[in-house]
Design a protein around this ligand. Structure first.
Ligand SMILES: [Zn+2]
Length: 443
């Protein structure tokens, strides 16, 4: 028979427990008890609760209920309180006396909570507490931080799941070390050290590489559900999964992002600096990618244009060139660049502002047909070709820019209504006129 634990969320109903600025102990306790219970259940423990809703029972009723359930362990979850606000913070675990399984478990739980960031106030003997005295099984009462400590409340709110995990881990570690419950995980040792510092260094290295190793398999198990499938009525369909990963500080090198990128074939990298500069969608063209381009190129050729993928690749190449030129510009400024490189920067700007940037509040730009997109690419690349010819003939960029043609092409998406695409053809004529004007003026 599975090991069984009865979880008791402290207080409830008409008894709020400790209260601080409207925050009630009974609510925190219930939320945490349910979270701990779920984790324990996932590790094969039979979990019961004295309450799963906001109801009142006396501590004696709770103890009697636990005895009747025949559970192997009683674990009560509370938040602490101190007479003066924000004076004391930390966790403590209360037990009837300092002996046996409950004593070891209390220490294990405190150690785990300390690792989350709490001050460890230790294990305390409380022989007079009803839920500890009147229960027949080993009983513990965890005070998960002080409810009238801002420090503890912040920890509680920001690391809630880690705290639930810590309490569950403390319970499971003790049961595991006593041989009472064997966890299903197979553990592999990767090192043993006399010096704690070396052990911590290896641990950090492993964490950086995405260990514990189940992270990758959990993620792949999720994303592998996408793809072709058969519906219940025998037809074929497909499931697409669009996942959102929000790493702290936008740091894509952390394990969840890295492992997610191993399994997904298309990635949109949302970029903070683009968002700040009001470039929306803030999807960065260099960090984003799709491995479906080859699979889709046949479709683009049939439905848009045989030149579509080629145009796309040429625009990507220009954006890549821009990125490496910007490194130089940042160091020594843009004035020293030769005119053909200044032109690359100018055209990349046209691509970014005229093509990639999109305004969801503009009636034409909110939804743009593939046909219009293709024709815009065609115009932009035609402008590049024409301007490059002029630069090759020795025309300086300052002269080219004075003609205002770059701004005109940037505005193309607004100036050409979606139902009036033939206007796009006139742009090539404008570009030809621009060419002739520059030649005539500077002949
Ligand atoms: Zn309490």
């Amino acid at each position: 028979m599975a090991y069984s634990i009865i979880l008791d969320a402290g207080h409830g109903g008409s008894d709020p427990g400790a209260v601080y600025n409207g925050r009630q102990e009974k609510d925190d306790a219930l939320r945490l008890a349910l979270a701990v219970g779920e984790i324990l259940q996932n590790h094969g423990i039979d979990v019961e609760y004295t309450r799963t809703t906001d109801v009142f029972e006396t501590p004696l009723q709770k103890a009697m209920e636990a005895n009747q359930s025949g559970a192997d362990l009683f674990l009560s979850i509370h938040r602490n309180s101190f007479p003066t606000d924000n004076e004391v913070s930390g966790v403590e675990t209360l037990i009837y006396d300092l002996s046996g399984l409950k004593y070891q478990m209390a220490q294990d739980i405190n150690d785990q909570l300390e690792a989350v960031g709490f001050v460890n106030l230790g294990v305390k003997e409380r022989p007079n507490l009803v839920v500890l005295r009147r229960t027949n099984m080993p009983a513990l009462l965890v005070e998960a931080g002080f409810i009238n400590s801002e420090v503890d409340n912040q920890l509680f709110d920001e690391n809630f799941q880690d705290i639930a995990q810590a309490i569950a881990a403390g319970v499971l570690d003790t049961l595991d070390s006593q041989g009472i419950v064997k966890d299903e995980d197979y553990r592999v040792q990767v090192g043993a050290f006399r010096n704690r510092r070396y052990a911590e260094r290896l641990l950090n290295e492993l964490l950086e590489e995405g260990f514990p190793a189940y992270l990758a398999s959990r993620l792949s198990a999720f994303y592998e559900r996408a793809g072709m499938m058969q519906t219940l009525n025998g037809e074929t369909g497909s499931v697409s999964i669009i996942g959102a990963v929000s790493p702290q500080g936008g740091d894509f090198s952390e394990p969840v992002t890295q492992n997610t990128k191993r399994f997904v074939r298309c990635f949109w990298g949302l970029d903070k600096s683009l968002a700040y500069s009001r470039h929306f969608p803030a999807i960065h063209w260099l960090s984003s990618y799709s491995e479906y381009l080859n699979d889709l190129s046949g479709w683009y050729a049939d439905h848009v244009s045989p030149k579509f993928v080629d145009y796309r690749n040429r625009m990507m190449a220009l954006l890549n060139q821009e990125s490496s030129l910007m490194e130089i510009v940042k160091l020594i400024g843009g004035d020293v660049l030769p005119d053909d490189q200044k032109l690359v920067l100018e055209i990349a700007k046209v691509i970014r502002l005229g093509f990639l940037q999109q305004n969801a509040f503009h009636k034409d730009d909110t939804c743009v047909s593939m046909e219009k997109q293709f024709k815009m690419m065609d115009v932009i690349l035609y402008l590049y070709k024409t301007a490059r010819n002029l630069v090759a003939m020795g025309q300086p960029m300052s002269v080219l820019k004075a003609e205002g043609i770059f701004e005109k092409v940037i505005a193309i998406k607004y100036d050409v209504a979606n139902d009036n695409l033939q206007l796009l053809d006139l742009y090539k004529k404008d570009i030809d006129d621009f060419y002739n004007r520059v030649i005539a003026k500077n002949a």
